[in-house]
Design a protein around this ligand. Structure first.
Ligand code: NDP
Length: 459
């Protein structure tokens, strides 16, 4: 065993021992962990924002908005509803089982592995922990080493706010993740790109560790001819700028009805400029060289027309918010998930053409539709599969703890947030409780003709 695998083995074994004590099943223990996460968000907001500024060059308010506030909201929502979620659900019995009682109870799974992402390195590490603790599990967190300041902050702070024996933070890279997976867990929840998602699933297979994969993809925005263009442009521009476009549910590209495409592009560009006016520079920081080079390559190789932005500075990893009009379908900016401040807008001749365009690719994590017609919005949602969908806004569904958050097909499997997270990390256990009386011997073999007739009726 190498030094690294020894560490992972010891962490997993330690957590299994803690789970075996049974203390994490208790409602009060779960509530204490959730309160701990709420306090962490309240008391350490400044330190979290500082770490995110180091890792991602983010303004402090954006870090509150996109990392701290949604994490606290998840914890608060779970704390308020947990008692009800944990109640066993009585099930009516079929005649064949009378007299008996049946119910579904939600058992903790055991030890859950959370593999965090670099783009929202606090939220995407701690929100899955909310689900893990609400469900009464122990957890090991492997934060992203691509956001090193946040990773070390989590390693330092989580033990101060949570049951330090029941949650362990293991820092490291992809090899650490694989070494952890090799230990076998009761569940693994990963957030990241689709390609690494496949490697996570492969790493989990030998130990039959079930996985929830929160992946990405190209989330399209369909803007119909009757849409409110002012609102659409504002909302698309605002969310695209968040975290320099490095958001799994960012609007990836826009399919606009040809009649309104020019006007929409002009309004999006205007809003991008207006929203950046208060900043020191119009450009936005990209996480690292690798992502910067990939994004710069998307701009330099595009077959579309760059109508805004296009500039970048590798020495500071800064890139201007860029709008590209009319790239071809096989242009890399239309085939790769963008994950940066680049917005292609493709004019389309009909709604059917837009629907065919999206459905020709893998199922996206989110679908956004701007239209004033409720019927049209529903009709589009019904024929374009995606993990989630929003009408007349983008990305806001992630903030609604009452809704399940997750992908479908290549954009992921499983979902969490709110009750859905509690269920994803619980075992939904069937229990049938019978009495010993009555116990008619009629129903044991050898079966009489009467028994056969009765059993054929009852079962
Ligand atoms: P990813 O998070 O997808 O992948 C990078 C991480 O995966 C690194 O920590 C890396 O470790 C690790 N990794 C690499 N190989 C393995 C392996 N065999 N087993 C386990 N972990 C491994 O981000 P990228 O930076 O690669 O981004 C690629 C794309 O992913 C982005 O362009 C974006 O489209 C998407 N993405 C989506 C996110 C989301 O929230 N849905 C979040 C982040 C990215 P190491 O450094 O050792 O290689």
């Amino acid at each position: 065993m190498t030094g690294t695998t020894q560490r992972e083995a010891a962490v997993a074994a330690g957590l299994r021992d803690v789970f075996a004590t049974g203390r994490t099943r208790d409602l009060q223990w779960r509530l204490e962990q959730l309160r701990g996460i709420e306090r962490l968000c309240d008391e350490r907001e400044r330190e979290i924002a500082d770490a995110l500024a180091q890792d991602l060059g983010r303004p402090a308010f954006d870090s509150w908005l996109a990392d701290v506030a949604p994490t606290k909201a998840e914890a608060t929502y779970a704390r308020k509803h947990l008692h009800r979620w944990m109640r066993r659900k009585r099930i009516g019995m079929p005649l064949s089982q009378w007299p008996a009682r049946g119910w579904v109870q939600y058992d903790p799974l055991g030890v859950v592995l959370v593999i965090g992402a670099w783009n929202y390195p606090f939220y995407l590490s701690v929100a899955p922990l909310v689900a893990a603790f609400a469900a009464g599990n122990c957890a090991v967190l492997k934060p992203s080493e691509l956001a090193p300041a946040t990773s070390s902050l989590l390693a330092r702070l989580l033990p101060q706010y949570l049951d330090a024996e029941a949650v362990r933070v293991v820092e490291g890279d992809g090899a650490t993740t694989q070494a952890l997976l090799a230990e076998g867990f009761d569940h693994a929840l990963f957030t990241g790109g689709t390609e690494v998602g496949k490697l996570i699933m492969a790493g989990a297979a030998p130990t039959l560790t079930p996985v929830t994969l929160e992946l990405g993809g190209k989330s399209p925005v369909i803007v119909t001819a009757d849409a409110d263009l002012d609102v659409a442009a504002r909302r698309i521009a605002w969310v695209k700028l968040l975290n320099s476009g490095q958001t799994c549910i960012a609007p990836d590209y826009v399919l606009a009805a040809r009649a309104v495409a020019d006007a929409l592009v002009a309004k999006i560009v205007e809003n991008l400029e207006r929203f950046r006016a208060g900043e020191r520079t119009a450009s936005q920081r990209i996480v690292n060289d690798r992502q910067f080079d990939r994004l710069a390559g998307l701009i330099s190789s595009t077959t579309g027309t760059v109508v805004a932005g296009g500039g970048s500075d590798r020495s500071t990893l800064h890139m201007e918010p860029t709008v590209i009009v009319g790239p071809g379908a096989d242009d890399p900016v239309m085939t790769q998930e963008i994950f940066g401040p680049i917005l292609p807008v493709v004019p389309v001749d009909s709604l059917d053409a837009a629907i065919r365009y999206v459905n020709a690719g893998p199922k996206p994590l989110a679908l956004y539709v701007f239209t004033e017609s409720t019927e049209l919005a529903r009709a589009i949602i019904d024929v374009v599969p995606s993990g989630g969908a929003v009408v007349n806004h983008v990305a806001m569904h992630v903030l609604v703890a009452q809704l399940p958050f997750g992908g479908v097909g290549a954009s992921g499997m499983g979902a969490y947030h709110g009750r859905w997270g509690f269920e994803a990390l619980s075992h939904r256990r069937a229990v049938l409780a019978k009495r010993t009386t009555p116990d008619p011997t009629l129903f044991y073999p050898p079966y009489s003709r009467l028994a056969v007739a009765l059993m054929r009726k009852i079962f």
